[in-house]
Design a protein around this ligand. Structure first.
Ligand code: B12
Length: 316
């Protein structure tokens, strides 16, 4: 293996951009090992690969046309094209690192580790990794927000034994918090809290044809004693949708983009989205909840519910 005295950081970033990444940042693996997002289930680089020194985080935006369309199959399908592209870019970067004489590996992007919190956590938390790599901060709904694209990016990471120069994490929150609250106002699952997301509620929309929906579908089929009912369920459009998800990924990991399309953070919002998404439905009850959250934020010392300030950043 090559000696690491030369700093390859700008070369790696150039390669990542050339291969198609919209954003690229570097996190120090040691810092991530010392600061797991949830210490009970440590999602750390060293758990994946002991020799890892740097984590390269890349992001790719979802095409803006997807947010301007109301077509559900399009919304279910296109995110998976972007996730696939990210995996290809990550593999290209990995081989480029090998050509420089070092070692690297992409991580499983959306696959969750069955040993971590009943299989609900990825091997690394990519959003937290992205904050450590200086790409942005976590928003009210815990999505990563970036200055360039707001939340409208998918993420992937490459671990390497190269010692690269880490980027500096942002100190100030990009998210205006409950004083904006547009994501909370529009969420069809009503899953968003004060820097919290009720995952069970969210996943009914975000993973419409994900593993838990598939299990429920199978249970529904096996639970009915009626032969005609079984035949109808097996031959239903729901089964067709699961087949599409298994074949293409469509609806398995992405689908509900409501909190993304209305988020005003990101240089892209005004140019590509505000004309169709600036108006949002009014709800007195949700507005009232946002007001209460603003009170909680004014007294953060009395608010143990606000976890993860390291990644949320200092509120404006
Ligand atoms: C499992 C998963 C889900 C689950 C759970 C989401 C979640 N919040 O973890 C569900 C199905 C709900 C989901 C939904 C979506 N997801 Co998802 N998901 C993942 C996955 C595979 C793992 C997440 C993970 O490991 N989290 C780690 C833990 C530590 O984070 P956390 O659960 O948020 O925990 C924090 C807080 O909950 C809090 N906390 C923890 N415990 C407690 C307890 C209390 C009392 C309190 C107050 C707080 C608190 O502190 C923790 C540390 O900060 C990642 C891929 C990856 N490898 O990272 C993608 C990922 C996070 N998802 C992504 C996307 C795009 C989505 C959706 C937009 C999909 C869609 N289009 O429909 C929605 C958005 C939902 C949302 N607002 O977060 C992107 C995020 C991109 C971005 N810009 O942020 C990722 C990174 C995938 C990718 N390849 O890009 N997802």
């Amino acid at each position: 293996m090559r000696c690491c005295s030369k700093d390859y950081t700008s070369q790696i970033k150039r390669i990542a951009k050339k291969k198609g990444a919209d954003l690229v940042g570097i996190a120090d693996a040691g810092v991530m090992n010392r600061n797991p997002p949830d210490p009970v289930w440590p999602q750390t680089p060293e758990r994946i690969w002991k020799e890892c020194r740097s984590v390269i985080v890349i992001a790719k935006h979802l095409p803006w046309g997807v947010f301007r369309s109301d077509d559900l199959p399009t919304k279910l399908y296109v995110p998976h094209l972007v996730m696939n592209r990210l995996d290809e870019i990550a593999l290209d970067i990995t081989y480029s690192i090998e050509e420089l004489g070092f070692r690297a590996t992409p991580i499983p992007q959306n696959i969750t580790d069955t040993e971590l919190k009943r299989g609900t956590y990825g091997s690394l938390s990519l959003r937290h990794a992205a904050v450590e790599a200086g790409l942005g901060t976590l928003g009210l709904n815990l999505n990563l927000l970036t200055p360039e694209y707001g939340p409208r990016v998918y993420l992937q990471a490459i671990l390497t034994d190269m010692s690269l120069t880490p980027d500096i994490p942002m100190k100030r929150s990009l998210c205006p918090g409950p004083s904006c609250g547009r994501c909370l106002m529009v969420c069809p699952a009503d899953s968003i809290g004060l820097f919290k997301n009720d995952k069970r509620k969210c996943s009914a929309y975000a993973q419409r044809y994900g593993v838990s929906a598939l299990m429920n579908h199978i249970l529904k089929i096996t639970g009915t004693g009626d032969e005609e009912e079984i035949r109808n369920l097996v031959r239903s459009m729901e089964t067709v949708n699961f087949w599409q998800a298994l074949r293409t990924g469509s609806g398995a990991y992405g689908g509900c983009l409501r909190c993304w399309e209305v988020c005003p953070v990101g240089n892209d919002y005004r140019k590509h989205l505000s004309d169709v998404h600036s108006k949002i439905p009014a709800s007195g009850e949700r507005k009232e909840r946002l007001k209460q959250m603003m009170d909680e934020i004014r007294h953060p010392e009395d608010t143990p519910a606000i976890h993860s300030m390291r990644w949320i950043g200092k509120m404006r």
